[in-house]
Design a protein around this ligand. Sequence first.
Ligand code: ACO
Length: 325
Amino acid sequence: MSKYARIVGTGSALPERLVSNAELVAELAARGIETSEDWIVERTGIRQRYLAAPDVGSSVLGARAAREALAAAGVNAADIDLIVVATSTPDFIFPSTACLVQKEIGAHGGAAFDVQAVCSGFVYGLATADAMIRTGMASRALVIGAEVFSRILDWNDRGTCVLFGDGAGAAVLVADDHPGILAARLHADGRHEGILRTPGTVNRGAVCGHPFLTMDGQAVFKLAVSVLDAVARETVEAAGLTLDAVDWLIPHQANVRIIQATGRRLGIAPERVVVTVDRHANTSAASVPLALDLAMRDGRIRPGQHVLLEGVGGGFAWGAALARI
Ligand code: ACO
């Protein structure tokens, strides 16, 4: 049995349609909804987002990101024995998006399932794959965060529709005696389920109730900052390290003010915090792997460095994983 699960390749997929704040503000204004580029940038740091075409679902984006990650890792799809897809916007109720991705990339026969932990989904998926690899249940895994949140937004609610985008990110993990994911910690507190939710239900194929995302923004903000701080410290300590050892912090990309507050509280300098919310907006489970892939590809993250990945979101659920690259 190998001691560690190691990230050996990453990939991304963004939909073709890039929508700037200016374009979104104009589209909303045409329908009588008032917002401004200044409001969006000042309150959130978001400057643009990518939105998927109606026929593009999470499985399409997830499979694209997976192929890119496999190519970067030099691993064949046929050798993948575990696929975990983190998504709150699956193509179907079932089969899982992971099974659809498995079919699409040609990785038949291994385990494949979805995790539903909203914006912390990728970290939940990573922790699950890490545990399965370390216990010998899998040896080459794909962990994917894939979302089309544009489908669950109320485009008449200016308080939420400006915040999100679509996309997918993926990582290939392999069993190795060298580190690897050093520690991961997951948490949830269902008592806060009401502050961020999409409360619709499905009855005989029809969505009933309210199928769009609702949020108490200020409650989410406060809770997110506090749990991201606590779980970062817990995870680094579990790895036997201190925060000084963290070369890169990659927190969930919901809002630049949450990201900055988290970095400040942890004493991690802004230039060591990866920020992509300006270009991707909040892509929920895809935000962390999209940011990881960007920083791997632009050469910021180098072999041997420590990367602290953090997720937080609806549930309320949160977690962190510390990886040596
Ligand atoms: N354009 C212009 N005005 C707006 C918009 C908009 N798009 N949206 C809301 N407003 C108005 C409100 O109506 C309100 O007006 P009022 O004072 O006349 O009533 C005013 O702006 C302030 O609204 P607040 O909700 O109090 O604004 P706040 O400063 O809290 O910013 C925000 C809102 C950005 C959502 C903030 O609460 C936040 O960052 N929360 C964190 C939650 C978050 O980022 N969620 C993303 C998903 S959650 C996750 O991924 C973990």
